[in-house]
Write a protein of this length. Structure first.
Length: 462
């Protein structure tokens, strides 16, 4: 083993060839994997050998073993969960990030990646219409970003209540009450669990999953002490957003911190056509989103935005003898996220935004919504098919009648292989959920997927 550049060449050439072959296969291959995890485990299960193996051989073996277990998530016909594809510039930038091998925690040690992430953060604030000067940190995903925003919220409201969380910890602290819509995403509950804050007070939501402001006002009036309100931009099933301006005003009147979980729906703010759904977004205090969803950068990349830099840096900042702290006003990247050591995951965000430009980001969001609405309109015309949500963003929820029939048609659709759409349970019914999240989805992908649905319905009824 050595660090000579030529030692990498053959392995990287092989990886490039396998990656290119994979990407070329995506438009025409069946979307679902051919083998299960258990079947693949059997293929991978060999004793660890005593001697070293050349890197080229290892790369070739990995590609061969993994290929039948790969889900074609980059495909334009993949609509499962809320998973985007990868823009070409972001994928290439991510390869560079791995090659550079920078620990992107400190400005002084890794100035190139710190600068790229800093400007990417500034671009995001501008595009989303959020307060300039907010701190932007790059996390593993929306769950990590919710953790950051809610950690800042916890620190702030306890400080306002006269409690020194850094010194005293949570034991004996005033109880922090968290309010969130009844139809919130589970990542909010996960973040609260990690933070020791427990389950939130579930506030009534309407039929589309939007928090009801009058119910929030009533719930908050019944509680005293430090409070956090968690709002939602983009319901997991309907795509609808909470009435942010009204809810934030109620929360702030009670002295609460307002956090927004916007894993995919926050991106509606970039579009002149759709940003009205997020009116009042800028009045909130922290925001969470995923860049590997709507923006289509590689996994893993979430974005945590906090309007008060001094608060988030009080939570995650640290000064020790061995860290090269930068007193620059922008702060060190590690002061904005939980990790000391991380890859420069904000660099692919820079590449995505630089390649798309403002008009390209807007067009991307608008195109995703347009495809979702096309799905909804076509499905609503099919006999026995019911679209259950108002398609205001990128999500479409469908029933084929009874729960049993819906489950059967969903299973047939996945077995068909033309497209991948995930089953779910919403509003008391089993559904098929279509999440349009991939930049590469085009009219033909939508048409092929609709034809597959018609085909499996006919098979179900035969």
């Amino acid at each position: 083993m050595s660090a000579r550049p030529e030692e990498y060449r053959d392995a990287l050439d092989s990886a490039h060839a396998h990656a290119t072959g994979w990407l070329q296969s995506v438009p025409t291959r069946p979307v679902g994997p051919a083998l299960s995890a258990d079947e693949l485990f059997a293929r991978f299960s060999v004793p660890l050998q005593d001697q070293s193996i050349e890197a080229l051989t290892v790369v070739d073996e990995l590609a061969r073993l993994a290929e039948p277990g790969l889900m074609a998530m980059p495909a334009g016909r993949f609509f499962g969960w809320v998973i985007g594809g990868t823009l070409p510039a972001s994928l290439a930038a991510d390869w560079l990030v791995s090659a550079w091998d920078q620990n992107a925690a400190m400005r002084g040690a890794t100035p190139a990646t710190a600068a790229a992430e800093q400007i990417a953060g500034a671009w995001l604030l501008d595009l989303l219409g959020l307060p300039a000067g907010s701190d932007v940190g790059f996390t593993t995903g929306a769950t990590g970003s919710n953790f950051v925003g809610l950690a800042a919220a916890r620190h702030h409201v306890l400080t306002e209540a006269g409690w020194d969380l850094v010194t005293e910890g949570l034991t004996g602290a005033p109880r922090v009450t968290v309010f969130a819509g009844a139809d919130r995403h589970a990542s909010v509950d996960l973040a609260l669990k990690y933070l020791g804050l427990g389950k939130p007070v579930a506030v009534e939501a309407d039929a589309q999953g939007r928090l009801v402001p009058s119910a929030l006002a009533e719930a908050m009036s019944a509680v005293t002490g430090p409070a956090i309100v968690c709002l939602q931009a983009g319901n997991l099933h309907s795509g609808a957003s909470d009435p942010l301006a009204e809810a934030a005003a109620i929360a702030h009147a009670h002295g609460a911190w307002v956090h927004v979980d916007g894993a995919f729906g926050l991106w509606a703010a970039v579009s002149p056509t759709h940003r009205h759904q997020l009116a009042g977004l800028e009045t909130c205090d922290s925001w969470a989103t995923d860049a590997h969803k709507t923006l289509n950068v590689p996994y893993d990349c979430g974005v945590a935005i906090v309007s008060r830099p001094e608060v988030v840096r009080s939570v995650f900042g640290v000064h020790t003898s061995y860290l090269l702290n930068d007193d620059h006003g922008s702060g060190d990247p590690f002061e904005k996220v939980p990790e000391f050591s991380r890859r420069a995951r904000g660099v692919p965000v820079w590449a995505a935004l630089r390649s798309l430009g403002r008009s390209g980001v807007i067009a991307l969001v608008d195109r995703l919504v347009a495809h979702a609405q096309t799905f909804a309109e076509a499905l609503a015309r099919m006999p026995g098919v019911e679209v259950l949500n108002e398609v205001v963003f990128t999500q479409v929820c469908v029933s084929f009648g009874s729960d049993e029939r819906t489950r059967s048609i969903t299973a047939r659709l996945l077995a068909d292989g033309t497209t991948w759409m995930s089953g779910s349970h919403w509003a008391g019914r089993d559904i098929l959920r279509i999440s349009v999240s991939n930049w590469s989805t085009d009219d033909d992908d939508v048409a092929q997927s609709l034809a597959a649905i018609e085909r499996v319905i006919a098979a179900e009824d035969a």
